[in-house]
Design a protein around this ligand. Structure first.
Ligand SMILES: Cc1cc2nc3c(=O)[nH]c(=O)nc-3n(C[C@H](O)[C@H](O)[C@H](O)COP(=O)(O)OP(=O)(O)OC[C@H]3O[C@@H](n4cnc5c(N)ncnc54)[C@H](O)[C@@H]3O)c2cc1C
Length: 320
């Protein structure tokens, strides 16, 4: 039995660290919690999870789960939640969870609250705080019923400590033949990069529409990011123009980040972009328009042409 069941994401080699932040919310909710890992060939990943204070690491490991097909994963998650008697099913706000968890919620006939950033306990019940209208307002939401599915914004919760006594690893037995076959895996395109993951990076350099094309984007945004050991981000305008892949997009319909340093190159500061960078500690903006809205949020503002400033910046960082 577990009060909460936390879906842990991984890339087959290792755990995706932002998904661990959901553990912190489970700890705030109270009661014991189990960690669920779904996939195939998960021994190493399961072993890396035993010290987070969970009652168990529950492993659903089967060749039928080797690829993250949402209909199969959702069924396994829902079944695991039922068997463990979990009241709260938690995941991190990510592309993966957007695909999988609403289906699990539907199978459980449970309400779902996404992008939770805090909880408030009032008169014995809990409300979940989440941003609305691209983060310009917040809503406190209560849900009915015994069971609920939540996703948390990793940036709003500290990473959990991994210093508890090891918990058991239990294998979740299920009939793989009964899993749905509505979707079939065809192929996977993976981009290997030596750069840090956008949602975990301490430094993020982002580019906007004036970067013109892929090569220019890489030459300026990519090189500045490399000089600082950072990750690359982009606005939706840059992604739509094909300068950067869409998993670089930051904002309301992209990724939410919280680096120590965020550098915005040629970015106007539309509310939908700002929604993704609000939690950055220091924001540096380079824009040739002194009235660009990004400057209202920037810690340091550089008014000027990025084509002149960025090469000089890269050169001086390299020389330093
Ligand atoms: C429902 C919805 C969801 C959206 N979600 C997102 C999202 O998740 N993320 C996102 O980013 N956007 C999102 N958008 C789009 C958003 O509204 C803006 O259109 C977008 O962020 C603008 O991108 P930009 O700043 O690159 O381009 P622009 O707004 O065109 O700004 C370019 C900036 O570069 C400056 N500039 C031009 N040349 C130079 C130069 N040589 N040197 C220095 N500065 C220069 C200009 O002064 C300008 O400020 C969304 C929109 C909608 C409607």
């Amino acid at each position: 039995m577990a009060e909460s069941l936390i879906l842990i994401e991984h890339d087959r080699q290792q755990v995706k660290r932002p998904s661990l932040h959901a553990i912190t919310l489970a700890q705030q909710l109270g009661g014991n919690y189990a960690l669920l890992v779904v996939g195939h060939g998960l021994d190493g990943i399961a072993a890396s999870l035993v010290s987070y204070g969970a009652s168990a690491v529950v492993v659903a490991d089967d060749p039928a789960l080797a690829e993250p097909l949402a209909d199969r994963y959702a069924m396994v998650i829902a079944e695991a939640a039922r068997r463990l008697g979990a009241k709260t099913i938690l995941g991190t706000s990510s592309t993966f969870s957007k695909d999988v968890l609403p289906r699990a919620a539907a199978l459980l006939d449970a309400p779902m609250v996404t992008d939770v950033i805090a909880i408030e306990k009032m008169d014995g019940s809990i409300s979940y705080r989440r941003p609305i209208n691209a983060g310009s307002m917040f809503a406190n939401v209560k849900v009915e019923g015994d069971r609920r599915v939540l996703t948390v914004r990793a940036t709003a919760f500290e990473p959990p400590a991994a210093n508890a006594a090891p918990c058991p690893i239990s294998h979740f037995d299920f009939d793989a033949a009964s899993l749905p076959n509505g979707m079939q895996f065809i192929s996977r395109e993976e981009r290997r990069s030596d750069r840090p993951d956008l949602t975990e990076a301490r430094v993020v350099v982002s580019g906007g529409r004036p970067l013109k094309d892929k090569e220019t984007f890489e030459r300026l945004v990519g090189r500045l990011a490399d000089a600082l050991g950072g990750a690359i981000g982009a606005t939706r305008a840059a992604v739509d123009a094909g300068m950067a892949p869409n998993d670089y997009q930051i904002g309301q319909t992209g990724k939410i980040i919280a680096p120590e340093l965020y550098i915005a190159l040629g970015i106007s500061g539309a509310i939908q972009h700002l929604a993704g960078i609000k939690d950055s500690r220091i924001i540096v903006a380079i824009n040739k328009d002194p009235d660009a809205p990004i400057f209202q949020m920037a810690t340091y503002a550089l008014v000027g042409d990025l084509y002149q400033i960025v090469p000089q910046l890269i050169e001086s960082i390299r020389r330093a």
